[in-house]
Design a protein around this ligand. Sequence first.
Ligand SMILES: C[S@@+](CC[C@H](N)C(=O)[O-])C[C@H]1O[C@@H](n2cnc3c(N)ncnc32)[C@H](O)[C@@H]1O
Length: 313
Amino acid sequence: MFHEYRTTVAEGDQAMVYATPECIYPITVTTGEVFNNKFGSFRHSEMIGLKYGSKMRSHDNRGFVYILHATPALWTQVVPHRTQILYLPDISFISLYLDLKPGKVVIESGTGSGSFSHSIARTIAPDGHLYTFEYHEQRAKVAQEEFVQHKLADVVTAEHRDVIKNGFGKSNIADSVFLDLPAPWDAVAAAKDALRKDTIGRICSFSPCIEQVQRTALALDELGFSDIRMFECLAKDYEVRTVPLPDIETAIGGQKVNFRLSASDRKKRRLDAQTSAVDNGSGDAKEMQVSKPVDEARGHTSYLTFAILAPSE
Ligand SMILES: C[S@@+](CC[C@H](N)C(=O)[O-])C[C@H]1O[C@@H](n2cnc3c(N)ncnc32)[C@H](O)[C@@H]1O
């Protein structure tokens, strides 16, 4: 279901119940089950046959939710955090830079909560394969169960393994390797071994500290990787608010107004509050919509170190 799309909800589907942007719940559609939240009670049996994206009223008519198709992007928003996870700005950038597409073979470690694994699997399906390794036994087991439950088992092989001690156990098969490990530099030799020798191999290491980047870059250089580059992805969210538009007398409040703003100040003010008056048809706009960056912008997650391995055959 995560890498195939269907239009209507069916028994056994992993669906997403969307109440608000902050309240999204994964469910397995099961006749006899009822989903309850503050907006009311929703019978799974009444979801079956609905078109994905449909609005569903609660049984007691208290409110409504939307029934959405499961996607890796939604899963990243709802996945139970057993570890730190990758979020969408990093996921999309890494996927692009590692040149992930259908048919590619990818090696990942650690699996962690499986947030990135779901996106990789969807991107390389149906013919590609992801081998993901995790040394925490319980985490490896839960991730493996989720891949089966999400019908990704044909695309993902999850293994409980310490890749620093034991390598990946794979040679000359991977198009790309992704490392999210505390000591990625110790896995670079194993990554080199796992990468295909007949084409360009790509590697990315995801590390929160610049010292980790330095050691990984040195290891990559020593082992013959090239085009070593580091990026940081920072997403800036904007929200749209409707605010009252004061008339000119209220705005100036009897104060002396400085009409002599420089052109650059006027431009800056316009950009700061990208305003567009709500047109009520009469030209008497009383409100305006402003778009502003949200007060709490998410900060640094990690540095992304990329490199390529030229073909040796
Ligand atoms: C930050 S988490 C990965 C999160 C994952 N990228 C995601 O998006 O959900 C890092 C994981 O690496 C695992 N790990 C650390 N050292 C390891 C090793 N030597 N071999 C395999 N896994 C390891 C940890 O147990 C942890 O679960």
